[in-house]
Write a protein that binds this ligand. Structure first.
Ligand SMILES: O=P(O)(O)O[C@H]1O[C@H](CO)[C@@H](O)[C@H]1O
Ligand SMILES: Nc1nc2[nH]cnc2c(=O)[nH]1
Length: 298
């Protein structure tokens, strides 16, 4: 028996089967576009796209929670080819602060698994706590702190679905080392090295940005960048054995001083995202093109 919010294997299967019946594409790579980074999907050739609302079983709009209601998130699944590799791209993600349960937030990841996806590339917009970072920097995610997870809010809560993975999955090394190294090599060869960093991302629940005391706490914890997404999707991808690669685009510095009169807003986040969107598109395209997808080694 599953509670109203519990999602069962057949629900994921239903969405996957429907998608497989609607497109000839059989993606091995899934890409999640962060706020303002929807341009990543535009690079796909021979596109088939589906509005989230049209996909059976996919998280639906509600009065309080509309995936596409977050500005900068289109709410479409786009299938296509990136340098000859078949990909599926989420143009817009679901956030916990929209009112979705974490099972809903991460629903697409398990659908991707059933479509045959082996590698997840996750992107986000984030604020920096690391004083050496600048707006517009790209941070390769080395690791994360899942603050809601530490407090018990976890998409893997509830009966474990053994068909996807084990009850107690490890999360050390979830961000693939090989792909991280490859990203740095690519950045060097593309001339991006001066604005690429590697660091720790922290997920907070949002939707508010950090208070100064919270920012200072995160800084002390060793967080390099903070945002309101990513960790749940990565947990579920790691649980079902996908290889994960993550990028944060640093859209703002998190205010840590009471003397500072600046404050962040979503519009400025989107502005910086758009400014670097093309760079991210180039990096992700090159990464996908260099991946050896068949045997899942880069
Ligand atoms: O993480 P993504 O979806 O990129 O979006 C980030 O930007 C929004 C805040 O401006 C929040 O949703 C935060 O998580
Ligand atoms: N929590 C949080 N999310 C963000 N997304 C983009 N910038 C920020 C930020 O400064 N804080």
């Amino acid at each position: 028996m599953h509670s109203k919010d519990q999602i069962c294997y057949e629900d994921y299967q239903q969405s996957a089967d429907w998608l497989l019946s609607q497109t000839q594409h059989r993606p091995k790579v899934a890409i999640i576009c962060g706020s303002g980074l929807g341009l990543l999907a535009d690079a796909l050739k021979c596109q088939d796209s589906f509005k989230y609302g049209d996909i059976p079983g996919f998280p639906q709009s509600t009065v309080h929670a509309i995936a596409s209601s977050v500005q900068g998130h289109a709410g479409r699944l786009v299938f296509g080819e990136l340098k000859g590799k078949t990909c599926v791209c989420m143009q817009g993600r679901f956030h916990m602060y929209e009112g979705h349960s974490l099972c809903k937030v991460t629903f697409p990841i398990r659908v991707f698994k059933l479509l045959g996806v082996e590698t997840l590339i996750v992107t986000n917009a984030a604020g920096s706590l690391n004083d050496t970072y600048h707006c517009g920097d790209i941070m390769v995610i080395k690791d994360h702190i899942n603050l809601p997870g530490l407090a018990g809010l976890n998409p893997l809560n509830g009966p474990n679905e053994e068909k996807f993975g084990p009850r107690f999955p490890p999360m050390s090394g979830v961000y693939d080392k090989h792909l991280r190294r490859m990203a740095f090599d690519i950045c060097k060869s593309l001339g991006f090295a001066q604005f690429v960093q590697e660091g720790v991302y922290c997920m907070v629940g949002g939707p508010n940005f950090e208070s100064i005391a919270e920012a200072r706490l995160l800084h002390r914890l060793g967080v390099d960048a903070v945002g309101m997404s990513t960790a749940p999707e990565v947990l579920v991808a790691g649980h079902c054995g996908m290889r994960v690669f993550g990028l944060s685009l640093i859209t703002n510095k998190v205010v840590k001083s009471y003397e500072d009169t600046e404050s962040v807003n979503h519009e400025s986040v989107l502005e910086v995202s758009k400014m670097r969107s093309e760079t991210l598109q180039t990096l992700v395209t090159e990464l996908v093109s260099r991946m050896d997808i068949n045997n899942n080694t880069a």
